[in-house]
Ligand binder design. Sequence first.
Ligand SMILES: Nc1nc2c(ncn2[C@@H]2O[C@H](COP(=O)(O)OP(=O)(O)OP(=O)(O)O)[C@@H](O)[C@H]2O)c(=O)[nH]1
Ligand SMILES: [Mg+2]
Length: 236
Amino acid sequence: MLTSSMDLHRAGRSRASSSTDPAPSITSSLELSIQTRIFKIIVIGDSNVGKTCLTFRFTGGSFPDKTEATIGVDFREKAVVIQGETIKVQVWDTAGQERFRKSMVEHYYRNVHAVVFVYDVTKMASFRNLQTWIEECNGHRVSASVPRVLVGNKCDLVDQIQVPSNTALKFADSHNMLLFETSAKDPKESQNVDSIFMALACRLKAQKSLLYRDVEREDGRVRLTQQTETKSNCPC
Ligand SMILES: Nc1nc2c(ncn2[C@@H]2O[C@H](COP(=O)(O)OP(=O)(O)OP(=O)(O)O)[C@@H](O)[C@H]2O)c(=O)[nH]1
Ligand SMILES: [Mg+2]
């Protein structure tokens, strides 16, 4: 799992103060946690469409040399600044293979803030299967107000494209989703990959104020309870 710059920053601060007085260190670390909003974004789609590579490109800024099928889920995080506010984008890179995801599905959809559906532009079957992924999402009571986007990946394989852009666009329109066609592999597309997650983060910031109010302790761990309220439009 990658660590966000916010995590490093937070760890640094708490280490610095803990050498003199451990009590303020715990307090300031907790205050920072409370102040930082977290947007949970899940990435869904067939196995091999490039979910891991896309999330790696966004959070790590590169294309992984080698990937293996994701088992369960991999968490990746990135701190982004939107209109002066630092927000932690928590990306859930889910498993596409049924055998590696079945025990995790409930966790994927719980308290999700946005959904990214991915298909492979060189595999028509991965595009057709989107309907099944959308049904699974709807079946887990994900509210219609949760933003969803469609991503056609592997656009660098120009000679192998099977899913025409206009077909994908029609599908996206009919499901009220934005369409991004991109490549996790092509470094020239990296800004486009970033814009998928940034567009969602901006939209979420405009929609909601996720306030972390009630701090509970459970099994020795601190759990932050979130509350949602409406906010003004984001000009991003
Ligand atoms: N040419 C090209 N290959 C890609 C791209 N993105 C991913 N791949 C390749 O596609 C294969 C699968 O990528 P992954 O990111 O592991 O796929 P996944 O969707 O996470 O698969 P699961 O974890 O099994 O669900 C790997 O061999 C990647 O190198 C891309 O944009 N272009
Ligand atoms: Mg994967």
